[in-house]
Design a protein around this ligand. Structure first.
Ligand SMILES: Cc1cc2nc3c(=O)[nH]c(=O)nc-3n(C[C@H](O)[C@H](O)[C@H](O)COP(=O)(O)OP(=O)(O)OC[C@H]3O[C@@H](n4cnc5c(N)ncnc54)[C@H](O)[C@@H]3O)c2cc1C
Length: 457
């Protein structure tokens, strides 16, 4: 056992206990529902700090929460009475432009990453909000604008530096600790603390992208068009369907601020003129009531919606993988989507076809390679007094669409905290092998605050 004062001696970053300055700030995570009080927060400065924190958590038999960007909706990045290993001060990103790779520290956000890689006209698949952590997002899979072209974020992982439950620091790649590397690509935070992640980059510079808003009365036709078009659309196209209450932004007519729309959000990463045909098609489906599509630096699109999801909102989400959008599913979406309660809340239907389907289900931990979409009903609202009404909206919506999804599982990064019973289904046919790898690297289940894989016995 190490005392807190010994831990302080070992750590270069900050060690915060209740009552310390900064404790209250750093115990907060993105989802304002989680008002937890860890015994200690270690704001790691480097890998040696992570090793000290892991050893302290293990030897003192504490619950261990690992935090990168802090965006876990179930609040896995914090805990009551345990230790938080907070990586948010470890954010460097080093780009090797010649090799088209980048190495990001475990606490970097997608904003940090895109900023560094865009300077070289490069990027890789990340999330659609710039404040989300590269760590949690990649380890769970990683879905965003570039998924159809370049696969999931985890498909672009080249290697990872990991501090294991026994305090050893190892590198996992196709050539070292191959089983660990396999498990890290979709298995979530089950296997250790990832202090850095190396990615394959691609040429992505100025894209043509942004949202188009349609009347709710046209939403069924828009969803149907989207479902047909995205099946074989060029892979340079990222596009998702969303419900969106119009914020008071200049591109929305003033008399429509606050109205709900069905939206398509697009990101064309090809020759600019290639977007023209796509724009003609999306205009032919139904009248576009507001639009903000044009050439933009890729990082600008990747932070365009950040203002809708500030830190501290209440979050309750539910998710499914979806085989196809049937007419019955579309009817259920329209029925519940039109009750979207607040500007921050939405349902996003993200295609995961294209490059994602070219990776075999057993090639990495992310198993659901035959699914067309990852859908998420993302309930997000500011007022805790509205928790019941908003979670009910998410649950009712989910109950209506789930029977049409064609899948029991969902994307682990979109899952609610009360979905622990779905973990096996979320990992599909890979659960057994994941449990074996877990038994090799974390037999005591030190890293259990996550979509938890139990070590095989
Ligand atoms: C506003 C918002 C937008 C989102 N948009 C997208 C999106 O576009 N695409 C998408 O795929 N997902 C998206 N997500 C979901 C997101 O992928 C998950 O919430 C993910 O867990 C966030 O990672 P984080 O590092 O920010 O979170 P954290 O809460 O810090 O981490 C979540 C968990 O991931 C693990 N983890 C994180 N970092 C590490 C690390 N370095 N080493 C080991 N384990 C680690 C730990 O188990 C941790 O508890 C979004 C979430 C939110 C709230």
């Amino acid at each position: 056992m190490t005392t807190i004062s010994e831990l302080r001696d070992q750590v270069r970053g900050e060690v915060l206990e209740p009552g310390d300055g900064g404790y209250d700030e750093h115990r907060q995570v993105h989802n304002g529902m989680h008002d937890r009080r860890p015994a200690v927060i270690v704001r790691c400065a480097d890998t040696a700090d992570v090793i000290a924190a892991v050893n302290h958590g293990r030897d003192d038999d504490l619950d261990v929460a690992v935090r990168g960007g802090g965006h876990s909706v179930p609040g896995f990045g914090t805990c009551d009475g345990g230790i938080v290993i907070d990586l948010s001060a470890m954010r460097y990103v080093r780009v090797d432009a010649a090799r088209k790779t980048a190495r990001a520290a475990g606490g970097a956000t997608w904003g940090d990453f895109d900023h560094a890689t865009h300077a070289h006209g490069l990027a890789t698949t990340g999330g659609i909000i710039s404040t989300t952590g590269v760590g949690g997002l990649t380890l769970g899979g990683g879905i965003g604008y570039l998924t159809r072209g370049f696969g999931l974020s985890c498909d672009n992982l080249v290697s990872a530096d990991v501090v294991l439950a026994d305090g050893r620091a190892v590198t996992a790649s196709d050539y070292q600790h191959e089983d660990l590397f396999w498990a890290l690509r979709g298995g979530g935070g089950n296997f250790g603390v990832v202090t850095s992640l190396e990615y394959q980059l691609h040429e992505v510079d100025t894209i043509v992208g942004g949202p188009l808003f349609y009347e709710v009365s046209d939403a069924a036709a828009v969803m149907q068009f989207f479902n047909e078009f995205i099946t074989d659309a060029p892979e340079q196209l990222g596009m998702f369907f969303a419900w969106q209450i119009a914020p008071p932004l200049p591109f929305v007519p003033e008399d429509r601020h606050g109205d709900l729309f069905g939206a398509l959000v697009m990101c064309w990463n090809g020759p600019p003129e290639g977007a023209d045909g796509i724009l003609r098609l999306v205009h032919d489906v139904a009248e576009v009531k507001a639009e903000h599509v044009g050439p933009a630096p890729y990082p600008a699109l990747n932070c365009a919606f950040d203002g809708l999801v500030p830190k501290g909102l209440q979050h309750y989400w539910k998710a499914d993988f979806v085989r196809d959008l049937t007419p019955e599913a579309i009817a259920a979406h329209v029925e519940h989507g039109q009750k979207t309660p607040v500007v921050n809340s939405t349902m996003h239907m993200y295609p995961i076809n294209g490059a994602t389907h070219r990776v075999a289900p057993g090639e990495s931990a992310f198993a659901h390679r035959d699914m067309k979409y990852a859908a998420v009903i993302a309930g997000m609202w500011p007022d805790p007094a509205q928790n019941e009404a908003n979670t009910t909206w998410v649950k009712d919506y989910y109950a209506a669409i789930h029977p049409h999804s064609g899948s029991e599982g969902g994307y682990i990064n979109f899952m609610a905290g009360d979905d622990a019973g779905r973990v096996e289904a979320n990992f599909g046919g890979n659960y057994g092998r994941l449990a074996e790898v877990k038994a090799s690297y974390d037999p005591g289940n030190l890293f259990h605050l996550n979509q938890n894989i139990l070590p095989a016995t």
